[in-house]
Design a protein around this ligand. Structure first.
Ligand code: GDP
Length: 503
């Protein structure tokens, strides 16, 4: 029968990182820690571990031979059958090539339908797992907090919901390592649950389903599981790969199990980051405090942030004046997977912006300058191309113009979608966003679209029935999306459509 990777690691009492090493040596492909292994692989793993145990006795044949030490050629050996690997494992463990980069804590995001208990679950974890260090010390909102567990730290992003997640991802950054999909046991899967699942899957982030409100007499866990199966998320007990944990944010039931599952998945994801590497971080959110000024909440992804460092974010730079951790304490530096609040920017950066460091102010200024130049060049090139396209188009050439009217809920979404569209413009197809605005489409938009034969794409805004009616009358396509990727899919379809030869 099939066995899940993390369950096997637990059963055999081995470190999950070691399990991954063995799997990659064996050339076994897997999607996530909850992927199943066939019997053959399980047997091979057991053999390897048994050999390893036996060879832990003082006289190992290879350990005494200098040439066999250091285990410097695993790449050659691991191409063979499992037995080759077994031989390799005869070498003492500590001479095996170790990835020198240290582990880092997982960053977790909680998503799900409104009222299913995302905030409550975060609150429960914060209350029970965050040590209030100083008496009377108020925990600071720095965009994320660190929960202590017996298996180490877990960083939880503080803003539940997929909006934050998506706006960060739309800018090309990926901050979460694991997504918790909260489903209320009395309500089961709802529209936003489906969206949350889609977002996690699109980001290729492993997900764990937390069935919340288990304390309610109306809790119907079987229904939730059936509905999960309908979403292609088959719980383990039904032979699938989806980790499902029952919890109650009210009583705390199951939260321990949930944290343990997060740690297990994280271990198997083998998350590492080098604190000595060049700095990399992502802005989770930012705001302007009337007294303090601009406060940017950042999660460090690699490298180390230090007070006094010059940072470049987008087309701005700043010098770190102060760093605050999630317990409200002033700190001097922050390594990988640490959420911090940065004081030192003159303008608020946008969520999803990447943070880089510069050696000094001069370099910071140069970096900003070159970013500005790159952007302007790009704009000019686009402008030029548009003119040529117009020429060709006017002359009956092959270049196609797709006119779009774009409507979205926030400036961030508008920018994100425009950014993606800009990249899709090619020599054959010019995506021309005639109007991009915040809020529901208006009758004016429909008129504009009808004059230019444009398609109206709406993201997270709903057209009024009146506007919808006018669009139908005028034969204008008016489409509404709640998931960016679906909107992009539609654009891809439009592009494909125009590329088909017209007879
Ligand atoms: P969110 O919109 O997903 O952040 O949901 P909230 O955390 O605001 O919770 C919505 C409602 O459900 C609130 O009234 C909570 O008190 C309640 N709630 C959350 N978790 C539980 C739970 O485990 N059990 C029960 N009985 N109620 C819960």
């Amino acid at each position: 029968s099939k066995v899940r990777i993390y369950a096997l690691a637990k059963d055999l009492g081995v470190d999950s990182g070691r399990m991954l090493e063995i799997l990659s040596d064996l050339g076994v492909q897997f999607k996530s820690s909850s992927s199943t292994l066939d019997e053959e692989t399980v047997e091979a793993i057991k053999t390897i571990l048994a050999e390893e145990k036996n060879s832990a006795t003082p006289t190992t044949p290879t350990a005494t031979t200098p040439s066999a030490q250091g285990d410097s050629a695993p790449a050659l050996q691991n191409q063979g059958a499992p037995t080759a690997t077994v031989e390799r494992e005869v070498a003492p463990r500590d001479t095996a090539p170790k990835n020198e980069v240290p582990h880092r804590a997982p960053v977790v995001t909680i998503m799900g339908h409104v009222d299913h208990g995302k905030t409550s679950l975060l609150d429960y974890i914060r209350k029970t797992r965050v040590a209030a260090k100083e008496a009377g010390g108020i925990t600071q909102h720095v965009g994320a907090f660190e929960a202590k567990t017996s298996k180490g730290k877990i960083v939880f992003i503080d803003t539940p919901g997929h909006e934050a997640f998506t706006s960060i991802r739309a800018r090309g950054a990926n901050v979460a390592d694991i997504a918790i999909i909260v489903v209320a046991a009395d309500d089961s899967i709802m529209p936003q649950t489906r969206e949350a699942i889609a977002h996690a899957q699109a980001a290729k982030v492993p997900l764990i389903v937390a069935i919340n409100k288990m304390d309610l007499p109306t809790a119907n866990i079987d229904k939730v599981k059936q509905d999960l199966i309908a979403q292609n998320l088959v719980p383990e007990e039904f032979g699938g790969d989806t980790i499902v944990v029952g919890v109650s944010a009210r009583t705390g039931e199951g939260v321990e199990d949930l944290l343990e599952m997060i740690s297990l998945v994280a271990e198997l994801e083998d998350l590492r980051a080098d604190p000595k590497a060049e700095l990399g971080g992502v802005v989770v959110e930012s705001r302007v405090d009337r007294q303090m000024g601009v406060l940017a909440n950042v999660i460090v992804q690699q490298g180390t942030l230090r007070v006094g460092d010059f940072l470049v974010v987008g087309e701005r730079y700043g010098k770190i004046k102060a760093l605050t951790d999630s317990l409200g304490a002033r700190i001097k530096d922050a390594g990988p997977s640490t959420p911090v609040q940065i004081l030192g920017f003159s303008e608020a950066p946008t969520a999803g912006d990447m943070v880089a460091s510069a050696r000094n102010e001069h370099e910071a200024r140069e970096m900003v300058q070159s970013r500005v130049t790159v952007r302007r060049d790009g704009e000019q090139a686009r402008e030029k191309r548009r003119m040529t396209l117009d020429d060709i188009f006017g002359a009956g050439g092959e270049v196609r113009e797709i006119n779009l009217v774009l409507r979205a809920d926030t400036q961030g979404s508008v920018e994100a979608i425009q950014g993606i569209l800009a990249r899709k413009t090619s020599e054959q197809v010019n995506l021309n966003v005639m109007l991009a605005g915040i809020g529901a489409p208006t009758e004016g938009d429909v008129l504009l679209a009808s004059t230019a034969n444009a398609t109206i794409l709406c993201f997270s805004v709903v057209p009024s029935p009146g506007v919808q009616k006018v669009a139908t009358q005028k034969g204008i396509e008016l489409k509404t999306y709640r998931i960016i990727y679906e909107l992009i899919d539609e654009v891809d379809r439009l592009i494909k459509g125009t590329q088909e030869p017209v007879f």
